[in-house]
Design a protein around this ligand. Structure first.
Ligand code: SF4
Ligand code: SF4
Length: 113
């Protein structure tokens, strides 16, 4: 497995609420575009679309399970950076499969080490 798995998956971008510190917003000196986020409170912001009943981050481009990419890959917030790096090199997590199951995608082999 390789980065290609994430590029043909994208399930985690359409399964979980993605909240992050407001300091990551462009307007606060970070790099996440303000227009793609909602403020939850004084300290937290949330990627727009990730709190919907059927979540989907507004920055996600493409069709889940076929071909996807993050429209703000270089500017994505911390939780996105922390979630995918291992998967990008082929080490998948239970959370990947929980997200994939929401989209009817088959499970990936999970590292138990
Ligand atoms: S991190 Fe996991 S759920 Fe997210 S795109 Fe990659 S394989 Fe899919
Ligand atoms: S910012 Fe990019 S990586 Fe993060 S949830 Fe949205 S589409 Fe996925």
């Amino acid at each position: 497995m390789s980065t290609n798995t994430c590029l043909s998956c994208g399930a985690c971008c359409a399964a979980f609420r993605v909240s992050f510190d407001v300091s990551e917003l462009e307007s606060e000196g970070g790099c996440v575009p303000d227009g793609l986020a909602d403020r939850e409170n004084a300290t937290l912001a949330r990627l727009r679309g990730t709190d919907y009943a059927r979540p989907r981050c507004v920055a996600l481009i493409g069709e889940i399970g076929r071909e996807v990419r993050c429209g703000i890959y270089r500017e994505r917030p911390g939780p996105c950076r922390e979630f995918a790096p291992l998967a990008e090199i082929g080490h998948f997590a239970d959370a990947c499969n929980r997200a994939r199951a929401r989209h009817g995608l088959p499970p990936l082999p999970v590292d138990r080490d």
